[in-house]
Design a binder for this molecule. Structure first.
Ligand code: COI
Length: 347
């Protein structure tokens, strides 16, 4: 099932579904006897693994998601590449998997992108999504940390992950992660365990869910595939403080910095779901949105909690649109990159 190098000319960049189409090439490196091999770039092809490979049994799978953009001056920018490498290593550590050397991650992705540069088209609504992942490959059914791994990178064309404001339901039965668990790691299991509640929410007419803390089921954690942020009174950006049960989102972090520049006050603190509902009920202006690499900024239009629906502020002057524009402008070089986030390829 090899992909050939002829995909790109036939690809319809206007109409496609995210994540079902990769570009033509992929990267692979292997870990054995305590060392990572050099990477190899090849046509995208199926890989062969033993059914005893540990990734099929005990969940040692970790991934990242980052994006490449075509800058206004034609260069290719990989946004916050080093932060993604660092976060991947934190996830790997939590899952008892070996760290990836910085040059393997960064130079490997750079080289893959250079070979696939014509997939990074010049269009402000488009990006090339980069999906690095590591899986355990040792053949062993004993519960243990694998001694062998594969690091792979695939690329997938992307437009908006969500193309309309979201109706979200606050999940009150299931939880995503508890303190001391692995909620801050980007390991596959966190996403697998989130599927059933999300499917149930979809059946009930919602697009996504908001997770509450595992202990008291009072405090907002994150939303499905994204961190969650609120803008109160038009000028206070408020988001749950990070913990080991919340993903340390790189888009979240970027927005907090841009918000300060834009004159918002920034609060990272526990946010009770009751506080948000109460504010909306009092007629206060509450903006709510998810933020993530894939989701960028995805506005939330209603929050449903215990059977009652609360409408948020979505008018054209909402602060979240300003933040989104600012983020997009930095990524394509139209706004100064004060924090050194842009990693430009030398093509
Ligand atoms: C991302 O935003 O990169 C994610 O990992 C979310 C999702 C596509 C799983």
């Amino acid at each position: 099932m090899n992909q050939t190098e002829t995909q790109r000319p036939d690809f319809d960049f206007e109409n496609f579904t995210f994540g079902v189409q990769s570009t033509d090439r992929m990267l692979v490196a292997a870990y054995q006897k305590g060392e990572w091999s050099a990477y190899r770039i090849s046509p995208v092809q199926a890989i062969s693994l033993s059914p005893l490979a540990m990734c099929f049994h005990y969940g040692q799978t970790v991934f990242e998601g980052l994006k490449a953009f075509r800058m206004a001056d034609g260069k290719i920018n990989v946004f916050r590449m080093e932060s993604h490498w660092k976060r991947m290593n934190r996830s790997l550590e939590r899952m008892a998997m070996p760290p990836l050397p910085q040059d393997l991650f960064m130079e490997g992705i750079e080289e893959l992108l250079k070979q696939e540069s014509d997939w990074v088209i010049d269009d402000p609504e488009y990006s090339l999504y980069i999906r690095p992942f590591v899986i355990a490959t040792e053949k062993k059914l004993g519960v243990d940390a694998s001694q062998e791994y594969l690091f792979m990178v695939v690329l997938s064309p992307m437009r908006a992950y969500y193309n309309k404001p979201l109706k979200v339901k606050v999940e009150t039965d299931y939880i995503r992660a508890a303190r001391g668990g692995a909620g801050a790691a980007k390991n596959g299991g966190n996403y697998g365990a989130s599927l059933l509640p999300q499917i149930n929410a979809k059946k009930a007419g919602f697009d996504q869910i908001i997770w509450l803390d595992a202990k008291e089921k009072q405090f907002i954690e994150e939303s499905g595939t994204m961190n969650i942020l609120f803008i109160l009174d038009g000028n206070r950006l408020v988001t749950p403080a990070l913990s080991d049960s919340i993903l340390d989102g790189i888009t979240r972090d970027s927005l907090l910095k841009l918000a300060e520049e834009e004159g918002f006050s920034v609060e990272e603190r526990p946010i009770a779901i009751e506080e948000i509902c109460q504010r909306i009920e009092n007629g206060e202006r509450v903006e709510a949105f998810g933020a993530g690499t894939a989701a960028v900024i995805s506005p939330i239009e209603t929050i449903s909690y215990n059977g009652k629906s609360y409408g948020t502020y979505l008018a054209a002057d909402a602060g979240m649109y300003r933040l989104k524009n600012q983020l997009s402008s930095v990524r394509v070089g139209k706004h100064p990159d004060k924090y050194g986030w842009n990693h430009l390829l030398d093509t």
